[in-house]
Design a protein around this ligand. Structure first.
Ligand code: PRP
Ligand code: URA
Length: 208
C-alpha cells in the first residue's frame, strides 16, 4: 500500500482557493486544471524512459522518451474530467477511459451509467482520476471495473481524501498507489469530506 501526499506549496495554495466557497465556478475549473498539471508531474515522476536517436539542428543525438505503450487516463465522471483536462495538457497522446458513476445520496453506493475504455488495458499504465476520495465507494468500483477489463498497473489520483476513504480504498486495492494533494479531517454524516471543498461536480459545473 502506498499513499503520497503532494504537499508542493503551489498545490496547497491553489487548493486553498478552491476550498473557499467564494471562488467562482470559472475560477474553480481553472484551478483544478492548473493543479492537475502539478499532480500529473508527481504521479508520472518515476515513469521509465528509453533513449532514441534523433536529429537536432546540430546533428544526431540520443535523447530520452517515454518507454512502453501510451498511458491511459481513466476519468470518473463528472468531476474527474476537471483533472483529466489538465492531465491531457501534459500528456496529449494519452488514451482516455470514461467511467460514469454517481453516488446515491441515501446509500452512498455508486451507480454506474457509462463505461468506455481502450481495449488493451493490460499493457498500459492506467491513472484513474477523480478529485474526491470520500467513502471510496466510487473509486473502488471504478478500479474494480478496470481490473475486470484487464488493467493490472493502476494508480489513483485525487485532490482531496478522507482518512476513511484512504483506509477503505487501500484495503480493497492494496496494489494501487494513491496520490492526493491533502488528507482532510473526516467525513460528515452525509459522506462529505470535512473541511473539504463541497461537491466537486457541482462546483465545477455550477449545478446544485
Ligand atoms: C463525487 C466525486 C467522486 C465521489 C466520491 O461524485 O467526484 O466520484 O463523489 O465519493 P465516494 O468516495 O464517497 O464515492 P458524485 O457522485 O457527486 O458525482 P458527480 O461527479 O457526477 O457530481
Ligand atoms: N463528493 C464530493 O464531491 N465531495 C465530497 O466531499 C464527497 C464526495
Amino acid at each position: 500500500m502506498s499513499v503520497t501526499v503532494v504537499d508542493h506549496p503551489l498545490v496547497q495554495h491553489k487548493l486553498t482557493i478552491m476550498r473557499d466557497k467564494a471562488t467562482s465556478t470559472a475560477g474553480f475549473r481553472r484551478l483544478l486544471r492548473e493543479i492537475a498539471h502539478l499532480l500529473c508531474y508527481e504521479v508520472t515522476r518515476d515513469l521509465e524512459t528509453v533513449e532514441i536517436e534523433i536529429e537536432t539542428p546540430l546533428g544526431p543525438a540520443f535523447a530520452p522518451t517515454l518507454r512502453g505503450k501510451k498511458l491511459v487516463f481513466a476519468s470518473i465522471l463528472r468531476a474527474g474530467n476537471g483533472l483529466l483536462e489538465g492531465m491531457l495538457d501534459l500528456v496529449p497522446a494519452a488514451r482516455v477511459a470514461h467511467i460514469g458513476l454517481y453516488r446515491d445520496h441515501e446509500t452512498l453506493e455508486p451507480v454506474e451509467y457509462y463505461f468506455k475504455a481502450p481495449g488493451d488495458l493490460n499493457d498500459r499504465l492506467v491513472i484513474v482520476v477523480d478529485p474526491m476520495l470520500a467513502t471510496a465507494n466510487s473509486s473502488i468500483a471504478a478500479v474494480t471495473r478496470l481490473k475486470e477489463r484487464g488493467a493490472d498497473n493502476i494508480r489513483f489520483l485525487c485532490l482531496l481524501a478522507a482518512p476513511e476513504g484512504i483506509e477503505a480504498f487501500t484495503r480493497a486495492h492494496p496494489d494501487v498507489p494513491v496520490f492526493t494533494a491533502a488528507i482532510d479531517s473526516h467525513l460528515n454524516e452525509k459522506g462529505y469530506i470535512v473541511p473539504g471543498l463541497g461537491d466537486a461536480g457541482d462546483r465545477m459545473y455550477g449545478t446544485k
